[in-house]
Write a new protein. Sequence first.
Length: 269
Amino acid sequence: MAGITIRRFEEDDKETVKEIFTMGMSETQLCPSSSNSEDRAVPLTSAMAGITIRRFEEDDKETVKEIFTMGMSEHVPSSFMHLLKQPLTQMILMVTFCALLASSKSVLLPVVGVTLLLAGAKQLVGYLFNSYIDTSLRKDLDHIQETYLENKDSCFWVAESDGRVVATVACLPAEREPGCMELKRLSVRRTHRRMGIAKALSRTVADFSRERGFPAVVLYTSVVQTDAQRLYENVGYTRVREFVIPEPIAKITNFTLIEFKLDLLQGRK
């Protein structure tokens, strides 16, 4: 702070003070407020001008499902690459190549065989993601009102830009961590990323949870969702553990989930 002097206000400062206040307020947009955090305005940065965070409405359902489906589908390529990096996968490809090469005495057959294996593996990854998407739709996204909005300790929000829903987030009491809130269904349209929307939605969940007396928020993300991992660490979450999904194919491919936790009591100590 070299060159900075702090002094009492003087009458000659009045116009400059008013200018600073006006410019500062213009950088923040507030949504209509209410007494509850699920309806309350979220302070938005200037990069998010025109973005409103509000509670889910029934008319949003199809758009919410579309955002979730598109967001999850984006992870198919990275999941396929994760599969290729596994020692078991590499061993199968190598054994197949060598066996076909030894039996055919030609490079063409093993190349074709390995290519078919790779194509089949990619189809399998796509199938597994589609199965997860279908399960998620049946479990809660087809029943958002009943799952998230009929209990005072759960909620579902959307971020809206120019009348169009561009992001979602939800929370409800965690099953794996009793006494904690769980953040779920955080997804932002590709066209509206890197604008601070995901951070604002994360803060919305944290504020909602804190007001209801929850000591912490937990969430789970997969090993391939590296952007999400960086986001959660940037907004204060810490890694708790990493574990393999209890499914046979997940164990074979070493597909893990990472648990993150946000301590809501830390600032009060």
